[in-house]
Design a protein. Sequence first.
Length: 288
Amino acid sequence: MDRPSRPARVLASALATGALLVTAACAGDTGSPEAAPASPAAKQSPSSPSLSSLSSSSQSPSPSSPSASASRALTTNGAKAALITEADIEDAWTQVNNASSWRDKLLAGKVDVASFLNGRTSSQDCQKLLDGLYSDTLLGRPVGASALTGFTQGDARLLYQVGDYGKGSLEKSLDWLKSLSETCDQFTVTGSDGGKRTVQVVSSPLPAVGDGRQGLTLTVQGTSTGEPVTLKLDVAAVRVGSSGILVTNGGPSGVDHDSTETAVQQGTQRLQQVLAGKTPSPTPTTLD
């Protein structure tokens, strides 16, 4: 885990968070991400090509986690019950009530097509990645129930989403996410202020849970109020039947990978219990 001490994180929060993060009108945590606005660059970029179908051992169901493919559909109440709580993640995370309005300004911008050797196709994938993160729609639009919640710790933010996206759509999304560590390993973005940012994307391991999963870590380097700044962000997606979980976690002071893994583990367990018609436990049962 490459995270500085808590005093350092708090100091960084006071200096950087206000310049990096812009908050839209407040909304409830359990609202659907469908209403979230896209990045300002989204309207300028062409629509993405069809998602490729890639095979990967990381997409195989966990042997210790029963598949929920034949389980009941996710309901609105079920989506809310499947959300993790402060008790489900370690450290001093605090749950907030405005997570649906979070926006990271460093993720908003236009991908530089000229920086890609293979041209427009790769740049569209990278634009789609940034736009999906900015608008909380990285897994697409839910076809059924959905809910989200968020937590803060110093200048770090952890956003947790769960929803019914459809099995086929989720499988394609996971395959697409897996391809991004090569397609978008490093690229340049121009912000609305004309400033240049460098983005790096690498794969990151996740616990063997659910029916499929994929993790990424993004590093965005640029400037804010004339000062150099770096945003580091974990992205973790898990499929359980036709339902999906998405976790984004990080901030200007770094990313707590352990918290990402814990959120994935506990969230998958809660979602599986909901889809099996059970009520999740109020506190975690398998924290290390």
